[in-house]
Design a protein around this ligand. Structure first.
Ligand SMILES: [Fe+2]
Length: 200
């Protein structure tokens, strides 16, 4: 969100009668890198309208609402209120950022969608080293995202400590970085029911 131009600044009255200024940058959904029907026949336009247009948009609206409340609480020095807001900010902020990365992880058929990394490429070699082969990685990924009970995300991650790629899951709207800043996301799969139930 750095570099975002939309900044809301408001003056809030403090208990002592003075005013304090609080600023927050409004979150906003990036435009999809393809049309809403661009992922058909794998993901339908109807599903994308619901997923991008409703579910993702709701996380963004909730995040902005909570941010505004947090800015007010911060300006007023209301630490109790600020603490109460943090879980909602983490959940909705995670929901927004995970979806932003998810949309970038997908591509239309014929424009990279469904294509595997070229044999001998750095990514293919790293995946084969960690999982045995590309097919083994796909099998592992499918089995272990399918095994997640409830909602969450499946990730292919680069581990900066081991210098290898690995599979991870996060629950609800937790982000990969919550498990360590040494994990860099390569791709993610949304395993919330809203991501597929219209089509599958
Ligand atoms: Fe989703």
């Amino acid at each position: 969100m750095s570099g975002a131009k939309r900044t809301n600044t408001k003056l809030y009255a403090m208990k002592e009668g003075a005013t304090a200024e609080a600023t927050f940058v409004k979150a906003e959904q990036k435009k999809l890198p393809y049309e809403l029907d661009g992922l058909e026949p794998v993901l339908s336009k109807g599903l994308m309208e619901l997923h991008y247009g409703k579910h993702h948009a709701t996380y963004v609206a909730n995040l902005n609402n909570l941010q505004e409340q947090a800015a007010k609480a911060l300006a007023e020095g209301d630490h109790l209120k600020l603490t109460e807001l943090t879980q909602g900010i983490k959940f909705n902020g995670g929901g927004h950022m995970n979806h932003e990365f998810f949309w970038e992880s997908l591509a239309p058929v014929g424009k990279g969608g469904g294509e595997l990394p070229k044999e001998g490429s750095a990514l293919e070699k790293a995946i084969s080293k960690s999982f045995g082969s590309m097919d083994d990685m796909i099998t592992h990924f499918s089995a272990n995202t399918g095994a997640v009970q409830g909602s969450g995300w499946g990730w292919l991650a680069y581990n900066k400590t081991t210098k290898e790629v690995e599979f991870r899951t996060t629950f609800n709207q937790d982000r990969l970085v919550d498990q360590g800043a040494y994990l860099v996301p390569i791709l993610t799969i949304d395993i919330w029911e809203h991501a597929y139930y219209v089509d599958y």
